[in-house]
Write a protein that binds this ligand. Structure first.
Ligand SMILES: CC(C)(COP(=O)(O)OP(=O)(O)OC[C@H]1O[C@@H](n2cnc3c(N)ncnc32)[C@H](O)[C@@H]1OP(=O)(O)O)[C@@H](O)C(=O)NCCC(=O)NCCS
Length: 321
């Protein structure tokens, strides 16, 4: 098969919505500060025992239903995540069982922080193009609220939970045009969550996200500019040919800066950071499914997805719908 084509999308958000007003009661912050610095009004957070697997399963069931296939037609599952409940088995492996897939297809997770979904797409694309797999579920999901320090105002206002994804199928018609993945491992100190459990009083606490926000911001803006240039040059494209930009949803100011670089009016940029927050590897598939479902992204459109995350990792996917 010449291409890996997106044939269906799906996503899931937890019911519990955490507003800026609620955060004002938890840390020294204001709704005005969060909106103006980051562009977030609210985010969804898992509650009542809801897990990453639950969110992935809801997304995947929707994708399978919309694609009109049976669970056992799926012959690969790749999940981008940093917040699986288990060190092993992988979330993809757990999902296979939850979906009742019994065909022994290959399943694995990809850990590339907020770029996880783009990395997962890039890997799935290779398996499809070489004919090793035909129908691959590619998902990004995070229960990242588990790893938030709810006393740190610099990070706790930024993140949210959710999951989403696509079904990639082998096709002779255009689908993924190109994917690009990169990393530079020297920036660990700026954004990380160490796998260290620690005691606080008589409680055992999970690992927590640590971030130097200002420094991350600077590298993110510069790197995302480079991503755009790389995609355009490699595909001999003019920026005016891109129909939609689906950026990683970390910060409205970063999104606006990238759109400006592309010369793209904001009404051609998919923005969900205002109500989703930064959902890490879930952010692009959540935004993408939102815009496909509400009819903005249509057949024939040229879509550019781009991501940036801890490590640092970054990447993009150019897709003909
Ligand atoms: C986190 C971020 C919003 C902070 O915005 P900023 O303009 O850089 O703000 P600074 O970190 O310089 O902090 C400015 C002040 O606001 C304060 N502040 C930080 N968080 C705050 C909050 N939630 N509410 C109110 N004040 C806050 C800081 O303590 C600082 O106060 P000080 O000047 O008294 O020390 C911004 O740096 C950012 O978005 N970075 C990128 C983060 C990101 O995208 N990470 C994920 C990448 S995948």
């Amino acid at each position: 098969m010449k291409y890996a084509k997106i044939v269906a999308t799906g996503s899931y958000l937890p019911k519990r919505v955490l507003t800026n007003t609620e955060l004002e009661k938890m840390v020294d912050t204001t709704d005005e500060w969060i909106r103006s610095r980051v562009g977030i009004k609210s985010r969804h957070i898992v509650s009542d025992g809801e897990t990453l697997l639950d969110m992935l399963a809801e997304s995947a069931k929707l994708i399978i239903e919309r694609a009109g296939i049976k669970p056992n037609d799926v012959d690969g599952i790749v999940v981008g995540t940093t917040s699986n409940d288990y060190i092993f088995p992988s979330a993809a492996n757990l999902l296979q069982a939850r979906l009742g897939i019994t065909n022994h297809c290959g399943t694995f997770d990809v850990q590339a922080a907020c770029s996880g979904f783009i990395y997962a797409m890039s890997i799935a694309e290779q398996y499809i193009k070489t004919g090793k797999m035909k129908n691959v579920l590619v998902l990004g999901g995070e229960a990242i609220s588990h790893y938030i320090n709810w006393k740190d105002r610099g990070t706790c206002v930024l993140f949210g939970d959710g999951a989403g994804g696509v079904l990639l199928t082998g096709s002779d018609e255009p689908g993924i045009v190109s994917t690009h993945i990169h990393s530079d491992g020297q920036y660990k100190e700026l954004l990380y969550a160490a796998n260290h459990w620690h005691e606080e009083g008589d409680m055992v606490k999970r690992p927590q996200i640590v971030m130097e926000g200002k420094e991350v911001f600077k590298v993110a803006v510069n790197t995302l500019n480079d991503i755009v240039t790389e995609v355009l040059e490699e595909n001999n494209l003019d920026k005016s040919e891109i129909t939609w930009l689906v950026p990683h949803q970390a910060n409205m100011r970063i999104i606006t800066a990238t759109a400006k670089k592309l010369g793209m009016p904001m009404d051609r940029v998919i923005v969900t950071v205002d109500t989703h927050g930064n959902t890490s590897a879930a952010s692009i598939p959540l935004a993408f499914d939102t815009a496909v479902t509400d009819g903005r992204i249509k057949q024939g459109d040229l879509v550019l997805m781009e991501a940036f995350g801890g490590g640092f990792t970054w990447g993009s996917a150019l897709i003909k719908m």
